[in-house]
Design a protein around this ligand. Structure first.
Ligand SMILES: *Cc1c(COP(=O)(O)O)cnc(C)c1O
Length: 384
Protein backbone atom coordinates (compact mmCIF):
# COMPACT_ATOMS: atom_id res chain seq x y z
CA UNK A 1 0.00 0.00 0.00
CA UNK A 2 1.51 3.31 -1.06
CA UNK A 3 -0.06 5.51 1.62
CA UNK A 4 -0.14 4.35 5.20
CA UNK A 5 -2.80 6.74 6.31
CA UNK A 6 -5.07 6.10 3.36
CA UNK A 7 -7.50 3.31 4.03
CA UNK A 8 -11.22 2.77 3.75
CA UNK A 9 -12.97 2.23 7.07
CA UNK A 10 -16.05 0.17 6.28
CA UNK A 11 -16.82 -1.26 9.70
CA UNK A 12 -20.11 -0.63 11.53
CA UNK A 13 -18.50 1.92 13.82
CA UNK A 14 -16.37 3.79 14.44
CA UNK A 15 -17.12 5.29 11.04
CA UNK A 16 -15.14 7.79 8.94
CA UNK A 17 -15.24 11.42 10.06
CA UNK A 18 -16.17 14.04 7.43
CA UNK A 19 -13.36 16.64 7.05
CA UNK A 20 -15.62 19.51 8.10
CA UNK A 21 -16.48 17.71 11.34
CA UNK A 22 -12.79 17.00 11.94
CA UNK A 23 -12.14 20.69 11.34
CA UNK A 24 -14.90 21.81 13.72
CA UNK A 25 -13.36 19.72 16.49
CA UNK A 26 -10.05 21.57 16.24
CA UNK A 27 -11.65 24.75 17.63
CA UNK A 28 -9.70 26.15 20.60
CA UNK A 29 -10.93 24.82 23.94
CA UNK A 30 -13.65 26.73 25.79
CA UNK A 31 -14.56 26.61 29.48
CA UNK A 32 -17.15 23.96 30.24
CA UNK A 33 -19.18 26.40 32.36
CA UNK A 34 -18.87 29.29 29.90
CA UNK A 35 -21.82 30.83 28.11
CA UNK A 36 -20.39 29.43 24.84
CA UNK A 37 -20.54 25.93 26.31
CA UNK A 38 -24.12 26.48 27.51
CA UNK A 39 -25.18 27.63 24.06
CA UNK A 40 -23.47 24.63 22.50
CA UNK A 41 -25.09 22.15 24.89
CA UNK A 42 -28.53 23.66 24.41
CA UNK A 43 -28.20 23.73 20.64
CA UNK A 44 -26.96 20.14 20.40
CA UNK A 45 -29.71 18.82 22.63
CA UNK A 46 -32.42 20.83 20.85
CA UNK A 47 -31.33 19.73 17.40
CA UNK A 48 -30.99 16.06 18.38
CA UNK A 49 -34.76 16.02 18.95
CA UNK A 50 -35.21 15.68 15.20
CA UNK A 51 -32.90 12.69 15.02
CA UNK A 52 -34.83 10.98 17.84
CA UNK A 53 -38.27 12.16 16.77
CA UNK A 54 -39.15 13.50 20.19
CA UNK A 55 -40.21 16.60 22.07
CA UNK A 56 -38.18 15.42 25.04
CA UNK A 57 -34.79 16.97 25.64
CA UNK A 58 -32.04 14.48 24.62
CA UNK A 59 -29.35 14.02 27.27
CA UNK A 60 -25.65 14.16 26.37
CA UNK A 61 -23.40 11.63 28.11
CA UNK A 62 -19.62 11.70 27.90
CA UNK A 63 -19.06 7.98 27.46
CA UNK A 64 -19.58 5.30 24.82
CA UNK A 65 -22.96 3.89 23.84
CA UNK A 66 -22.89 1.08 26.39
CA UNK A 67 -23.02 3.64 29.20
CA UNK A 68 -26.45 4.67 27.98
CA UNK A 69 -27.61 1.03 27.90
CA UNK A 70 -26.42 0.70 31.48
CA UNK A 71 -28.00 4.03 32.44
CA UNK A 72 -31.37 2.87 31.10
CA UNK A 73 -31.20 -0.35 33.10
CA UNK A 74 -29.97 1.09 36.39
CA UNK A 75 -32.26 4.12 36.37
CA UNK A 76 -35.46 2.37 35.34
CA UNK A 77 -35.44 -0.87 37.27
CA UNK A 78 -35.79 -1.25 41.03
CA UNK A 79 -34.54 -4.26 43.03
CA UNK A 80 -36.45 -7.49 42.34
CA UNK A 81 -38.19 -6.03 39.29
CA UNK A 82 -38.43 -8.04 36.10
CA UNK A 83 -37.33 -7.21 32.59
CA UNK A 84 -37.51 -8.81 29.17
CA UNK A 85 -34.54 -8.46 26.88
CA UNK A 86 -35.09 -9.38 23.26
CA UNK A 87 -31.78 -10.85 22.18
CA UNK A 88 -31.23 -10.89 18.41
CA UNK A 89 -27.42 -10.82 18.63
CA UNK A 90 -24.40 -9.56 20.55
CA UNK A 91 -25.88 -6.20 21.50
CA UNK A 92 -29.10 -7.69 22.83
CA UNK A 93 -26.82 -10.03 24.75
CA UNK A 94 -25.06 -7.00 26.20
CA UNK A 95 -28.36 -5.54 27.44
CA UNK A 96 -29.14 -8.89 29.09
CA UNK A 97 -25.75 -8.93 30.80
CA UNK A 98 -26.27 -5.46 32.23
CA UNK A 99 -29.67 -6.45 33.60
CA UNK A 100 -28.12 -9.56 35.18
CA UNK A 101 -25.12 -7.72 36.57
CA UNK A 102 -27.39 -5.44 38.61
CA UNK A 103 -29.34 -8.44 39.85
CA UNK A 104 -32.67 -7.62 38.21
CA UNK A 105 -34.83 -10.53 37.11
CA UNK A 106 -34.19 -11.26 33.47
CA UNK A 107 -36.42 -13.00 30.96
CA UNK A 108 -34.43 -13.47 27.81
CA UNK A 109 -36.21 -13.86 24.49
CA UNK A 110 -33.55 -15.48 22.30
CA UNK A 111 -34.02 -15.10 18.56
CA UNK A 112 -31.72 -17.03 16.20
CA UNK A 113 -28.92 -14.71 15.13
CA UNK A 114 -29.50 -13.31 11.67
CA UNK A 115 -33.26 -13.05 12.12
CA UNK A 116 -35.38 -10.19 13.35
CA UNK A 117 -37.74 -10.69 16.28
CA UNK A 118 -41.17 -11.46 14.96
CA UNK A 119 -44.07 -9.63 16.69
CA UNK A 120 -46.01 -12.86 17.20
CA UNK A 121 -43.11 -14.50 19.03
CA UNK A 122 -42.88 -11.50 21.31
CA UNK A 123 -46.63 -11.57 21.90
CA UNK A 124 -46.52 -15.14 23.23
CA UNK A 125 -43.44 -14.45 25.30
CA UNK A 126 -44.71 -11.27 26.93
CA UNK A 127 -48.00 -12.91 27.87
CA UNK A 128 -46.10 -15.40 30.03
CA UNK A 129 -44.53 -12.64 32.15
CA UNK A 130 -47.26 -10.33 33.44
CA UNK A 131 -44.99 -8.61 35.98
CA UNK A 132 -42.42 -7.32 33.56
CA UNK A 133 -41.60 -3.64 34.10
CA UNK A 134 -39.36 -2.95 31.12
CA UNK A 135 -38.75 -4.51 27.70
CA UNK A 136 -35.38 -3.88 26.08
CA UNK A 137 -34.88 -3.95 22.31
CA UNK A 138 -32.05 -3.46 19.88
CA UNK A 139 -33.26 -1.51 16.85
CA UNK A 140 -30.37 -2.39 14.52
CA UNK A 141 -28.52 -5.48 15.77
CA UNK A 142 -25.04 -4.58 14.59
CA UNK A 143 -23.60 -8.07 15.06
CA UNK A 144 -25.85 -9.56 12.37
CA UNK A 145 -27.09 -6.58 10.34
CA UNK A 146 -30.72 -7.06 11.32
CA UNK A 147 -33.12 -4.16 11.67
CA UNK A 148 -35.86 -5.24 14.06
CA UNK A 149 -39.46 -4.22 13.13
CA UNK A 150 -39.43 -1.89 16.07
CA UNK A 151 -42.80 -0.18 15.61
CA UNK A 152 -44.67 -3.49 15.48
CA UNK A 153 -42.74 -4.88 18.44
CA UNK A 154 -43.52 -1.82 20.53
CA UNK A 155 -47.21 -2.08 19.67
CA UNK A 156 -47.17 -5.63 20.99
CA UNK A 157 -45.60 -4.49 24.27
CA UNK A 158 -48.16 -1.76 24.82
CA UNK A 159 -51.08 -3.97 23.81
CA UNK A 160 -50.19 -6.89 26.08
CA UNK A 161 -48.47 -5.23 29.04
CA UNK A 162 -47.84 -2.02 30.95
CA UNK A 163 -44.09 -2.34 30.53
CA UNK A 164 -41.85 0.52 29.52
CA UNK A 165 -39.94 0.21 26.25
CA UNK A 166 -36.21 0.87 25.91
CA UNK A 167 -34.62 0.88 22.45
CA UNK A 168 -30.92 0.71 21.63
CA UNK A 169 -30.65 2.68 18.41
CA UNK A 170 -26.88 3.11 18.53
CA UNK A 171 -26.09 1.70 15.10
CA UNK A 172 -28.97 3.22 13.17
CA UNK A 173 -30.19 6.50 14.64
CA UNK A 174 -29.22 9.26 12.25
CA UNK A 175 -29.69 6.88 9.30
CA UNK A 176 -33.24 5.59 9.74
CA UNK A 177 -36.60 7.06 10.60
CA UNK A 178 -37.19 7.44 14.31
CA UNK A 179 -40.37 8.73 15.91
CA UNK A 180 -39.78 8.16 19.58
CA UNK A 181 -42.91 9.99 20.77
CA UNK A 182 -45.35 8.62 18.20
CA UNK A 183 -44.03 5.11 18.59
CA UNK A 184 -44.22 5.31 22.40
CA UNK A 185 -40.59 4.59 23.16
CA UNK A 186 -39.68 5.36 26.77
CA UNK A 187 -35.93 5.48 26.42
CA UNK A 188 -34.12 5.76 23.11
CA UNK A 189 -30.36 5.56 22.92
CA UNK A 190 -27.66 6.32 20.43
CA UNK A 191 -23.93 6.98 20.31
CA UNK A 192 -21.54 9.23 18.45
CA UNK A 193 -19.38 6.86 16.40
CA UNK A 194 -21.91 5.20 14.11
CA UNK A 195 -24.36 7.00 11.82
CA UNK A 196 -23.71 10.30 13.62
CA UNK A 197 -20.30 10.57 11.88
CA UNK A 198 -18.37 11.49 15.05
CA UNK A 199 -15.49 9.89 16.91
CA UNK A 200 -16.39 7.56 19.80
CA UNK A 201 -17.02 9.16 23.18
CA UNK A 202 -20.59 10.46 23.36
CA UNK A 203 -23.89 8.76 24.09
CA UNK A 204 -27.26 10.40 23.61
CA UNK A 205 -30.53 9.32 25.17
CA UNK A 206 -34.05 10.67 25.39
CA UNK A 207 -36.52 9.71 28.11
CA UNK A 208 -40.35 9.83 28.10
CA UNK A 209 -42.42 11.42 30.91
CA UNK A 210 -43.57 7.97 31.95
CA UNK A 211 -40.00 6.78 32.29
CA UNK A 212 -38.96 9.90 34.24
CA UNK A 213 -41.83 9.25 36.65
CA UNK A 214 -40.69 5.71 37.25
CA UNK A 215 -37.09 6.84 37.74
CA UNK A 216 -38.09 9.39 40.35
CA UNK A 217 -39.29 6.55 42.57
CA UNK A 218 -35.92 4.80 42.33
CA UNK A 219 -32.80 5.34 44.35
CA UNK A 220 -30.31 4.93 41.53
CA UNK A 221 -27.23 2.93 42.41
CA UNK A 222 -24.99 4.64 39.88
CA UNK A 223 -23.39 8.01 40.45
CA UNK A 224 -22.08 8.94 37.00
CA UNK A 225 -25.14 7.51 35.28
CA UNK A 226 -27.84 9.05 37.47
CA UNK A 227 -30.06 10.44 34.71
CA UNK A 228 -31.99 12.82 36.91
CA UNK A 229 -28.73 14.69 37.44
CA UNK A 230 -28.35 15.04 33.66
CA UNK A 231 -31.89 16.25 33.40
CA UNK A 232 -31.59 18.96 36.03
CA UNK A 233 -28.26 20.14 34.60
CA UNK A 234 -29.72 20.25 31.11
CA UNK A 235 -32.53 22.47 32.38
CA UNK A 236 -29.71 24.96 33.08
CA UNK A 237 -28.06 24.30 29.69
CA UNK A 238 -25.32 22.32 31.33
CA UNK A 239 -24.07 18.81 32.13
CA UNK A 240 -23.37 17.42 35.61
CA UNK A 241 -19.71 16.67 34.77
CA UNK A 242 -17.30 18.07 32.21
CA UNK A 243 -18.71 17.34 28.74
CA UNK A 244 -16.54 16.32 25.78
CA UNK A 245 -16.52 19.86 24.38
CA UNK A 246 -14.64 18.99 21.18
CA UNK A 247 -17.06 16.20 20.37
CA UNK A 248 -19.99 18.53 20.95
CA UNK A 249 -18.46 21.00 18.50
CA UNK A 250 -18.27 18.11 16.06
CA UNK A 251 -21.86 17.14 16.84
CA UNK A 252 -23.08 20.59 15.95
CA UNK A 253 -21.38 20.27 12.57
CA UNK A 254 -22.80 16.76 12.09
CA UNK A 255 -26.29 18.14 12.74
CA UNK A 256 -25.59 20.87 10.18
CA UNK A 257 -24.69 18.19 7.66
CA UNK A 258 -27.86 16.20 8.33
CA UNK A 259 -29.92 19.36 7.92
CA UNK A 260 -28.18 20.37 4.71
CA UNK A 261 -28.67 16.99 3.09
CA UNK A 262 -32.20 16.78 4.48
CA UNK A 263 -33.11 13.98 6.82
CA UNK A 264 -35.34 12.26 4.26
CA UNK A 265 -32.44 12.16 1.84
CA UNK A 266 -30.17 10.77 4.53
CA UNK A 267 -32.62 7.92 5.10
CA UNK A 268 -33.01 7.37 1.38
CA UNK A 269 -29.24 7.31 0.87
CA UNK A 270 -28.80 4.57 3.47
CA UNK A 271 -31.53 2.58 1.80
CA UNK A 272 -29.67 2.83 -1.51
CA UNK A 273 -26.35 1.83 0.10
CA UNK A 274 -27.98 -1.27 1.54
CA UNK A 275 -29.49 -2.26 -1.79
CA UNK A 276 -26.22 -1.69 -3.66
CA UNK A 277 -24.23 -3.71 -1.12
CA UNK A 278 -26.64 -6.62 -1.15
CA UNK A 279 -26.88 -6.69 -4.95
CA UNK A 280 -23.08 -6.52 -5.27
CA UNK A 281 -22.19 -9.33 -2.87
CA UNK A 282 -25.00 -11.53 -4.20
CA UNK A 283 -23.75 -11.06 -7.77
CA UNK A 284 -20.37 -12.39 -6.57
CA UNK A 285 -22.07 -15.55 -5.38
CA UNK A 286 -21.66 -14.75 -1.69
CA UNK A 287 -24.36 -15.54 0.84
CA UNK A 288 -26.05 -12.77 2.80
CA UNK A 289 -26.85 -13.42 6.44
CA UNK A 290 -30.14 -11.53 6.56
CA UNK A 291 -33.25 -11.59 4.42
CA UNK A 292 -34.14 -8.51 2.40
CA UNK A 293 -36.96 -7.80 4.81
CA UNK A 294 -34.84 -8.03 7.98
CA UNK A 295 -31.76 -6.24 6.61
CA UNK A 296 -30.53 -3.02 8.15
CA UNK A 297 -29.71 -0.02 5.94
CA UNK A 298 -26.54 0.57 7.99
CA UNK A 299 -24.62 -2.75 8.03
CA UNK A 300 -24.56 -5.92 5.93
CA UNK A 301 -23.34 -9.34 7.13
CA UNK A 302 -21.98 -11.85 4.63
CA UNK A 303 -20.91 -15.49 5.09
CA UNK A 304 -17.52 -16.83 4.12
CA UNK A 305 -17.51 -19.22 1.17
CA UNK A 306 -16.47 -22.71 0.22
CA UNK A 307 -12.87 -23.33 1.28
CA UNK A 308 -12.26 -19.95 2.88
CA UNK A 309 -13.00 -18.21 6.14
CA UNK A 310 -14.12 -14.64 6.38
CA UNK A 311 -11.01 -13.73 8.38
CA UNK A 312 -8.73 -14.79 5.49
CA UNK A 313 -10.65 -12.43 3.28
CA UNK A 314 -10.49 -9.63 5.81
CA UNK A 315 -6.76 -10.01 6.05
CA UNK A 316 -6.29 -9.60 2.30
CA UNK A 317 -8.75 -6.71 2.19
CA UNK A 318 -6.75 -4.97 4.90
CA UNK A 319 -3.61 -5.27 2.81
CA UNK A 320 -5.49 -3.60 -0.04
CA UNK A 321 -6.44 -0.74 2.27
CA UNK A 322 -10.02 -1.84 2.93
CA UNK A 323 -11.15 -2.43 6.51
CA UNK A 324 -14.29 -4.49 7.08
CA UNK A 325 -15.49 -6.06 10.33
CA UNK A 326 -15.47 -9.72 11.32
CA UNK A 327 -18.13 -11.67 13.16
CA UNK A 328 -18.72 -11.49 16.90
CA UNK A 329 -18.87 -14.42 19.31
CA UNK A 330 -19.88 -17.66 17.53
CA UNK A 331 -19.88 -15.83 14.19
CA UNK A 332 -16.16 -15.06 14.47
CA UNK A 333 -14.51 -16.28 11.27
CA UNK A 334 -17.93 -17.20 9.84
CA UNK A 335 -19.09 -13.84 8.56
CA UNK A 336 -17.73 -10.44 7.68
CA UNK A 337 -19.63 -7.20 7.98
CA UNK A 338 -19.61 -4.12 5.79
CA UNK A 339 -20.62 -0.91 7.52
CA UNK A 340 -22.39 1.62 5.30
CA UNK A 341 -23.61 4.28 7.66
CA UNK A 342 -22.80 7.90 8.28
CA UNK A 343 -20.23 9.44 5.96
CA UNK A 344 -20.75 6.89 3.21
CA UNK A 345 -21.98 7.30 -0.35
CA UNK A 346 -22.58 5.18 -3.44
CA UNK A 347 -18.95 5.42 -4.58
CA UNK A 348 -17.85 4.01 -1.23
CA UNK A 349 -19.95 0.92 -1.94
CA UNK A 350 -18.45 0.62 -5.42
CA UNK A 351 -15.01 0.82 -3.80
CA UNK A 352 -15.65 -1.84 -1.17
CA UNK A 353 -17.14 -4.17 -3.78
CA UNK A 354 -14.17 -3.75 -6.11
CA UNK A 355 -11.83 -4.46 -3.19
CA UNK A 356 -13.88 -7.54 -2.39
CA UNK A 357 -13.52 -8.74 -5.98
CA UNK A 358 -9.76 -8.18 -5.88
CA UNK A 359 -9.43 -10.06 -2.60
CA UNK A 360 -11.56 -13.00 -3.76
CA UNK A 361 -9.51 -13.22 -6.94
CA UNK A 362 -6.30 -13.27 -4.91
CA UNK A 363 -7.79 -16.14 -2.92
CA UNK A 364 -8.51 -18.00 -6.17
CA UNK A 365 -12.24 -17.88 -5.58
CA UNK A 366 -13.74 -18.06 -9.07
CA UNK A 367 -15.62 -14.82 -9.65
CA UNK A 368 -16.05 -12.42 -12.55
CA UNK A 369 -14.11 -9.24 -11.90
CA UNK A 370 -16.58 -6.40 -12.11
CA UNK A 371 -19.70 -8.48 -11.54
CA UNK A 372 -20.34 -7.11 -8.06
CA UNK A 373 -19.54 -3.55 -9.04
CA UNK A 374 -21.78 -3.84 -12.05
CA UNK A 375 -24.75 -5.14 -10.04
CA UNK A 376 -24.35 -2.26 -7.58
CA UNK A 377 -24.08 0.27 -10.40
CA UNK A 378 -27.29 -1.08 -11.87
CA UNK A 379 -29.08 -0.54 -8.57
CA UNK A 380 -27.61 2.94 -8.40
CA UNK A 381 -28.54 3.73 -12.00
CA UNK A 382 -32.13 2.67 -11.45
CA UNK A 383 -32.31 4.67 -8.25
CA UNK A 384 -31.31 8.12 -9.58
C1 LIG B 1 -21.85 0.17 18.92
C2 LIG B 1 -23.08 -0.25 19.60
C3 LIG B 1 -23.30 0.00 20.97
C4 LIG B 1 -22.38 0.78 21.84
O1 LIG B 1 -21.13 0.27 21.93
P1 LIG B 1 -19.97 1.16 22.56
O2 LIG B 1 -18.78 0.38 22.19
O3 LIG B 1 -20.20 1.22 24.02
O4 LIG B 1 -20.07 2.50 21.93
C5 LIG B 1 -24.51 -0.39 21.53
N1 LIG B 1 -25.43 -0.99 20.81
C6 LIG B 1 -25.28 -1.23 19.49
C7 LIG B 1 -26.40 -1.88 18.75
C8 LIG B 1 -24.10 -0.88 18.86
O5 LIG B 1 -23.94 -1.11 17.55
Amino acid sequence: MPFNEKFHLRIPGPTPIPPRIQQAMTHPMIGHRSSEASTLIRECSDRLKRVFGTQQQPLLLTSSGTSALEAAVVNLLAPREEAIVVVTGAFGERFAKVVERYGFRLHRLNIPWGNACDPDTLKHFIQSYPNVQVVFFTYCETSTGVLNPITELIQVVHRYSDALVVVDGVSCLGAVLSQMDNWNIDILITGSQKAMMLPPGLAFMAVSERAWNKMKQNSVRSFYLDLLAYRSSLEKDSTPYTPAISLLLGLKEALNMLDEEGFNHVIERHHLLKKMTRAGVSALGLKLMTSEQDASPTVTSIYGGEGWRSDDLRHILRQLGMVVAGGQQHLKGEIFRIGHMGYCDAFDIITVLSALEMALTKMNVPIDLGAGVRAAQEVWRDHV
